[in-house]
Unconditional design. Structure first.
Length: 383
């Protein structure tokens, strides 16, 4: 057992491990060492009795969190982000027994998170409300720890936690004129990065850390390694003429990284310069990620098949690509005339598309249907 003081108040903490139990690290709540030793001895005895004698002792959320981090934290690519969320949660319920964590208590915790809002950052982004999707990420972290506790048999049943409705927000994308206006307002390094994002559709993190050893100028393509991609699969990035021109222009800026500012890799694209340029271009609200939406929208509008777009964008789910399907050229529009109820007998202003003619000719053998050169006429027989 280890006793140590933590923080400026001089509170004593205990740290020990009993085989078969999660690591015990908890505050004694006192500055008196002798009282802390007595408390720690009692806690250690309780832990031992549960393991050896089968007595039921409640495990706290904080203990379950620490055990999960030790066993599974190294498996997560976004572990620092996860730790940030878990730190906020544990600041409030670390000492709470797992059995006392219910749907209602988690909802109360999320109401507290919602009341905090998103504070402004150094880039000048204003304070804004917490979105339902953000609340769901915190609920997911709590659920993750509870499921881990259930597998360790520290919890007999799981509460049915609420998931917040995020809806289906509209996709924000730019016209080509709007994109040109935005690029003209951006500083040089962000303008090149924005144009490259519009030409390739790669995500911001992959764009900021793109290296020259990931680019083949002779074959006009780049690639994102599996370890750097969101879905852990390599992504091939074909380069068009605009993208190649940017790369040739920046070839001698840095030995390793493609996009740099003052000789260093770009840390964040959503800076004050970005938001000011968006405001000058009269495109508020616009996020950097909307450039990727714009790239995908342009592809669909030009007829790129959705399966091809899925491969180009590195999406693991086809449903993600279907968000852009409504922007595709409507190849079904030529069949709309097949169900016309009323029509003008005058000479049509346009010829009937060949596709419709073929469909109509296939219907001729059917009784009660007369082939028309413009639409269908239903003939009812009294026989």
């Amino acid at each position: 057992m280890r006793l140590y003081q933590r923080g400026t108040r001089g509170i004593w903490w205990a740290d020990f491990t009993v085989p078969g139990r999660p690591r015990f690290t908890r505050s004694s709540g006192t500055e008196d060492r002798r009282k802390a030793e007595e408390w720690a001895s009692t806690a250690q005895a309780q832990e031992w009795r549960q393991t050896k004698l089968g007595e039921r002792v409640s495990t706290t959320f904080g203990e379950a969190t620490r055990d999960w981090l030790v066993k599974h934290g190294h498996e997560c690519r976004s572990i620092e982000t996860i730790k940030t969320r878990l730190r906020w949660i544990n600041d409030r319920i670390a000492d709470k027994p797992l059995e006392q964590i219910s749907r209602r208590s988690v909802e109360a915790l999320m109401e507290e998170k919602k009341a905090e809002g998103v504070p402004p950052n150094k880039a000048g982004r204003p304070t804004k409300a917490i979105k339902p999707g953000t609340l769901n990420t915190y609920v997911a972290e709590i659920s993750k720890i509870l499921h881990h506790a259930r597998r360790q048999e520290w919890l007999s049943s799981l509460p049915a936690l609420r998931r917040y409705d995020v809806g289906t927000p509209p996709i924000r994308w730019l016209t080509r004129h709007q994109a040109e206006t935005l690029i003209a307002e951006l500083p040089a390094h962000l303008a090149d990065m924005a144009l490259f994002a519009l030409m390739t559709g790669i995500r911001e993190s992959n764009l900021r850390l793109l290296r020259w050893d990931q680019v083949d100028l002779e074959r006009s393509h780049a690639w994102i390694e599996a370890s750097d991609s969101k879905n852990k699969r390599p992504i091939n990035v074909p380069l068009n003429q605009d993208a190649l021109a940017i790369l040739h222009r920046r070839r001698n800026d840095h030995e390793r990284y493609v996009f740099v500012y003052d000789g260093h890799p770009v840390v964040d694209c959503s800076t004050a310069a970005w938001y000011k340029a968006v405001k000058r271009a009269k495109l508020v609200p616009l996020r950097w990620h909307d450039l990727r939406h714009t790239w995908a929208s342009w592809h669909v509008q030009q007829g790129t098949p959705l399966p091809v777009l899925q491969q180009l964008g590195g999406w693991s789910s086809y449903s993600m690509v279907l968000r852009y399907a409504h922007l595709a050229p409507d190849h079904t529009a030529v069949y709309a005339a097949a169900t016309t109820l009323r029509y003008n007998d005058a000479t049509p202003t346009e010829e009937v598309p060949e596709e419709i003619t073929q469909v109509l000719e296939s219907l001729v053998p059917l009784d009660g249907i007369e082939l028309s050169t413009f639409a269908l006429r239903m003939r009812c027989s009294t026989d």
